[in-house]
Design a binder for this molecule. Structure first.
Ligand code: TQI
Ligand code: ZN
Ligand code: ZN
Length: 168
């Protein structure tokens, strides 16, 4: 079953049109931006929320960035595999990815690297956290706490949809 963070934090109803921006120091490809747009749309489809990219990183509700090692929030990244990404409960809006991973942005599962991770799968999961979902005990759920490397899992499960619809 789905879960929430302690105290069930969520984005307030007056703030259902959320903006997101990418860390300006990361020079991200259009591919990465397309992957996030797709990942956000999987959640907006089932909620009153909308997600719009803005170039104003400072003002954005959700801030997305790739970092390595200690990057100033007390949750250092650890190189290849281990922690891939993390996100903080509302209203922090921070979604961070470990730059050390081999991120795949296409539909290709066999990428030649055994430790390659599908970016959209991880993005959909972390967006769930940034919106207020904790982990789920349902194995097929996006919010289940493990995913094998090289696996692409981007479709919300019924359990993810139920959870997000309780919040929004
Ligand atoms: N990162 C963990 C995660 O996002 C960080 C974490 C642990 C966490 N406990 C948390 C974040 C509680 C918020 C709340 O779950 S991870 C997966 C999955 C990770 C794991 O790098 O281990 C995905 C990131 F579920 F597949 F294992 C993305 Cl999709
Ligand atoms: Zn971080
Ligand atoms: Zn998680």
């Amino acid at each position: 079953h789905y879960s929430f963070f302690p105290g069930r934090p969520r984005w307030p109803a007056r703030q259902s049109d959320l903006t997101y921006a990418f860390e300006p120091r990361n020079q991200l490809s259009d591919d990465v931006k397309r992957v996030f747009a797709s990942a956000f749309s999987r959640w907006s489809e089932w909620t009153p929320l909308t997600f719009t990219e803005t170039s104003n990183y400072f003002a954005a509700d959700l801030k997305i960035g790739f970092y390595s090692g200690d990057h100033g929030d007390g949750e250092a990244f650890d190189g290849v595999l281990g922690t891939l990404a993390h996100a903080f409960a509302p209203p922090a809006g921070l979604l961070h990815l470990d730059i050390a991973e081999t991120w795949i942005t296409g539909n290709v599962i066999a990428s030649g690297s055994p430790s390659a991770m599908d970016l959209e799968s991880v993005a959909v999961h972390e967006i769930g956290h940034v919106l207020g979902l904790g982990h789920s005990s349902v194995e097929d759920a996006i919010m289940f706490p493990t995913i094998p490397s090289g696996v692409r899992k981007v479709e919300l499960d019924r359990d993810d949809i139920e959870g997000i619809q309780v919040l929004y």
